[in-house]
Structures are given as structure tokens and as C-alpha cells.
Design a protein around this ligand. Structure first.
Ligand code: UDP
Length: 296
């Protein structure tokens, strides 16, 4: 399989990606040989891989089957993570060095369009991960769940097994532990030897955990999935279809948990949009002004 990355840099401040632009898997089985083009661009310095869901599923399958010995990191980027990444450069670095960084949410759709990179598909972890778990059940991949409160992750496993009875859940661990306990958690995960590790610790903890331990984890794919276990365990209600279809899921989540999410709506969304519009239009306007002053 051959994944090509076409990089477009809109900003001067992004972390240089160390992942190769041309990612060639030497041992590709000819009939399974695939060619993917990841149109990568940067929004306020944070990487976005513009890709559709069908291709993502193929790439994940390839990541699991190629058995490269290196844990592949899949992240989702949204307005919240881009805003946090503006002040937390460790998060920005982690996101930019992921193996796939998928566009999540209507804010990114607007951002992409304004910057001249229309987003192919909104790929949030809550919709995409269950699809991947269906493939995992079909193909016998093993899965480990890390994150959320103890009853939440337990119930999540139980309900997943009701829906996908042949899914091989090889372990789970709640997401509340100290940094000193991290190596014990990593050991437990490695003992279970999962193909897919779902990490639901919220941003930026999950991206940092995955990036910090990827080199020593024996999972083939690690996905940072945010509040997924809360939804799968029915601890948190998913936004009705109308909200999702109209790109207003963020509003529903805000109404559900105003105390926890107000900052995202009141500060992050307006800031993100103003930065994006300023980035796109301000330099041109400035050029225009200079031109007018100089040439009039
Ligand atoms: N969480 C966790 N450990 C922590 C902090 C949070 O396991 O130290 C869990 C939390 O219980 C929730 C998830 O991480 O299940 C974060 O959910 P949120 O909706 O905030 O995720 P995001 O919006 O960042 O995707």
C-alpha cells in the first residue's frame, strides 16, 4: 500500500511533521495494494488529513494487517483541540505527528472552506469508531478500552458485547490514574496485546498519553476517542439526528453540560473563527491598503 501525503502549509508556525511525506509500505501484498492520497493541510498550525471514511477504514485495516511493529496513532482534530493546541505546544506537536489526523466537526468544515480546503467528510470518533469495531468483530481483531470512569468503561464493554457479540475485548482500564501509574497501565495493555487500543481520556491527555507511549505499546493502532465511552455506555445522550445533520452537535453538548462546555462555545468557537477569517482575509486587506497608499 502506498499512502501519499500532499502537504499544504497555510501557516508559518506549524510543527514540521516528521512522518514521511511518502509513506511506502514495502511488503504490500499485490492484490491488496492500495494507493491513498492524504490531502494534508494545517489550520492555525494543526494538521488536518482531508480524507473520507471509506478510505480511513481501509487504512486502519492496512495498519492492523501490515504488522509493522510500530503503533499507528489516529487522532481527531476539532475546534477545541486546535484552540488548546494554540497554548499547548506539546499537544500541537503530538497531533502533527499522528499517522492520521481526521477532521471532526462543523467548525473544521467552515475553517477548511475558508482556507480553500473543503473538508471531504466530517469524521468524528463517535461515529467512526463503532464502524471500525464492526470490522474488528468481523476480522477477529482484539480491542482494549482505556478511559472514562470505572462504571462507564465497564458498561461500555458490556453494551458493546451485546451489539457485537464476537468482538474480542481483551481488556479495559478506567481513565483516572496518576502519571506514576502510567507504566503499570501500559504493562497491563501490553499484557492483553490488543490490535486496537481506544484511548478516551479527553483532549489533551489522550493525545499526549498515546504519543508518549506509542513506542512501547504493542497495540497496532491507537485511537484517541474523547467522550466515546460515555456515549456507548449511554452515560451521555448523543445529539438527535437533526442536530448532527445541521452541524449543531456542539450546541446540544453545550446544553447537556453547560458548566463543562461553556468555554468551548463562548470562547473557543468565536476565537477560532476570528483567527481563521483573519488569517484568510487580513493579509490580503493589508496588501490592498499598502497598495492603495503606495500607488495612489
Ligand atoms: N477522562 C478520563 N480521565 C481523565 C479525564 C477525563 O478518563 O483524567 C474521560 C472522561 O471521563 C470522559 C472523557 O475522558 O469520558 C472525555 O470526554 P470529553 O467529552 O471531555 O472529551 P472531548 O470533548 O475532549 O472529546
Amino acid at each position: 500500500m502506498n499512502i501519499e501525503r500532499e502537504h499544504t502549509d497555510n501557516t508559518s508556525t506549524h510543527t514540521q511533521p516528521e512522518t514521511p511525506l511518502h509513506y511506502v509500505v514495502e511488503k504490500a501484498v499485490p492484490e491488496k495494494e492500495l494507493h491513498f492520497s492524504l490531502r494534508t493541510f494545517y489550520l492555525l498550525g494543526t494538521r488536518v488529513d482531508n480524507i473520507d471514511g471509506i478510505t480511513v477504514r481501509k487504512v486502519v485495516r492496512h495498519f492492523v494487517e501490515e504488522n509493522s511493529g510500530r503503533t499507528k496513532k489516529i487522532f481527531f482534530t476539532n475546534v477545541h483541540s486546535i484552540c488548546v493546541a494554540q497554548r499547548d505546544h506539546v499537544l500541537k506537536h503530538c497531533l502533527n505527528l499522528g499517522d492520521m489526523v481526521l477532521a471532526d466537526g462543523s467548525g473544521l468544515k467552515i475553517g477548511g472552506r475558508v482556507m480553500g480546503h473543503p473538508i471531504t467528510e466530517n469524521l468524528n470518533g463517535t461515529d467512526l469508531t463503532p464502524e471500525i469495531l464492526k470490522i474488528a468483530e468481523e476480522l477477529g481483531w482484539s480491542v482494549y478500552l482505556l478511559g472514562a470512569k470505572p462504571p462507564v468503561v465497564e458498561r461500555c464493554c458490556m453494551l458493546l458485547l451485546q451489539k457485537l457479540p464476537r468482538l474480542r475485548i481483551v481488556g479495559f482500564h478506567p481513565g483516572y490514574f496518576n502519571q506514576e501509574d502510567e507504566s503499570r497501565v501500559v504493562e497491563e495493555i501490553n499484557h492483553a496485546h490488543p490490535d486496537i487500543l481506544l484511548v478516551a481520556l479527553g483532549t489533551p491527555l489522550q493525545e499526549i498519553f498515546v504519543s508518549r507511549h506509542a513506542y512501547e505499546l504493542n497495540a497496532k493502532v491507537c485511537m484517541a476517542v474523547g467522550g466515546l465511552f460515555d456515549f456507548l455506555s449511554l452515560n451521555r445522550k448523543r445529539a438527535p439526528l437533526l442536530f448532527r445533520k445541521t452541524g449543531l452537535e456542539w450546541l446540544y453538548r453545550f446544553l447537556q453540560e453547560p458548566k463543562a462546555k461553556w468555554e468551548r462555545v463562548v470562547i473557543e468557537i468565536p476565537l477560532f473563527l476570528s483567527f481563521i477569517f483573519a488569517k484568510r482575509f487580513f493579509p490580503r486587506r493589508l496588501q490592498q491598503l499598502v497598495k492603495e497608499r503606495v500607488f495612489s
